[in-house]
Ligand binder design. Structure first.
Ligand SMILES: [Zn+2]
Ligand SMILES: [Zn+2]
Length: 393
């Protein structure tokens, strides 16, 4: 007998069309207006009721009702694209100059709509399913805004996932505990009086001070952090100077700190403050450090992860279910939901073996679209399994 939770060829081509249509019109964080209109249209096609303009461009849709004693489970997709000029050469490449779906969020929306189509056809749902189409994952913490707008009201558990090129199609990685890092950012401004390049003794050289600091910061992880805790400090931006014969009066360094343990995080913050102050004395500059807290780590709930593992097993079979042996130092704002309700975030294998360098956030990023029905089925199964199990308690 055909399993009604496995997408048929008609549903697969519906999802593929959705992915490609959304891919053509990518929009940045909190500007997903066209995307939201498009998703709303698809929900209407499925006769699913929804609220739009949640946290500006988000959508919350509902399948079934939360009757007394029944539970409610949320499934989430993110909606935003990145400020990248696409160079994939795909026939459905971005038509929005300088913006690209280079992280797979177009695929996530297609999967969630596919899951909605599968769940919509289930007779007598044992509870309610809430579909969260969330803006601004890459920037601005859209998850936090969705929560503030009430998107998790009445929700008992949440599931989500991300397309991932480190796994092949037909693999889903399911791991309890911490799977993504704290993603904090910092900015250091170094100031001096500036002056003539030929008279350094009459000035203070901010570029020399900044260079020393860049090199010194490399020791925060290698010499000051407990080596059993993974950590990264990357300075991704440096700006200073205007001409070869001018001593710069200001240099700005910006970077990110990735950690998976609160202890390592605090230690790095403390050491960073100390080093920035030390440069002030060492080079007679003025320094200013701004630390900005980013996304908290994604911590999967142990019990809910068992539901996820079962759903993955039913979707891709025993050999397709993978562990994630160590946390990624990437960030993911799904973590904000997990601070409120238990849930599980997984990775859907989607590597295109013919494109070995098409990494996420690169202008040639692409994924294997055969992941779309897998993601849809997995999400639908998570929702049903959770609701069925909670009815049995
Ligand atoms: Zn991304
Ligand atoms: Zn992403």
């Amino acid at each position: 007998m055909k399993n009604s939770l496995t997408p048929d060829s008609q549903l697969i081509s519906w999802m593929t069309d959705i992915r490609r249509s959304i891919h053509q019109y990518p929009e940045l964080a909190l500007q997903e207006y066209r995307t939201a209109e498009y998703v709303s249209g698809k929900l209407e096609e499925l006769s699913i009721s929804y609220k739009k303009r949640v946290a500006s461009t988000g959508i919350v849709a509902f399948i079934g009702e939360k009757k007394s004693g029944a539970k409610s489970v949320a499934l989430r997709a993110d909606m935003d694209a990145l400020p990248i000029t696409e160079k994939t050469g795909l026939p459905f490449s971005s038509k929005n100059a300088g913006i690209m779906h280079a992280c797979g969020h177009d695929g996530h929306m297609a999967m969630l709509l596919g899951a909605a189509a599968l769940l919509k056809n289930q007779p007598q749902l044992p509870g309610q399913i809430v579909l969260l189409f969330q803006p601004a994952e890459e920037d601005e913490g859209g998850a936090e805004k969705m929560i503030a707008a009430g998107a998790l009201e009445g929700v008992d558990a949440i599931f989500g996932g991300h397309i991932e090129r480190h796994y092949g199609v037909g693999e889903i990685s399911v791991q309890p505990g911490i799977i993504c890092a704290f993603t904090d950012e910092f900015q250091i401004i170094i100031r001096g009086p500036g002056g003539h390049a030929a008279k350094p003794h009459e000035s203070v050289d901010c570029i020399v001070a900044a260079s020393f600091l860049v090199a010194s910061l490399q020791t925060l992880v290698s010499r000051e952090t407990n080596p059993v805790f993974p950590a990264v400090i990357t300075i991704g931006k440096i700006n200073g100077g205007t001409a070869t014969n001018v001593i710069a009066d200001q240099v700005v360094l910006e970077g990110t700190i990735r950690t998976t343990h609160a202890e390592a995080r605090e230690k790095i913050f403390e050491s960073l403050r100390r080093m920035v102050l030390a440069v002030q004395d060492l080079y007679k500059t003025e320094t200013e450090l701004t630390l900005t807290a980013g996304y908290p780590p994604v911590i999967n709930d142990t019990l809910i992860t068992e539901v996820a593992r079962e759903a993955a097993w039913q979707t891709v079979g025993e050999h397709g279910v993978k562990n994630q042996p160590y946390p990624s130092l990437g960030g993911e704002d799904f973590s904000f939901y997990l601070k409120r309700v238990p849930g599980c975030f997984v990775r859907f294998g989607a590597r295109r073996d013919d494109l070995p360098h098409a990494n996420a956030h690169s202008p040639i990023f692409d994924f294997d679209e055969r992941v779309l029905p897998i993601g849809a089925e997995y999400l639908a199964r998570c929702a049903l399994l959770f609701l069925q199990q909670s009815m049995q308690i």
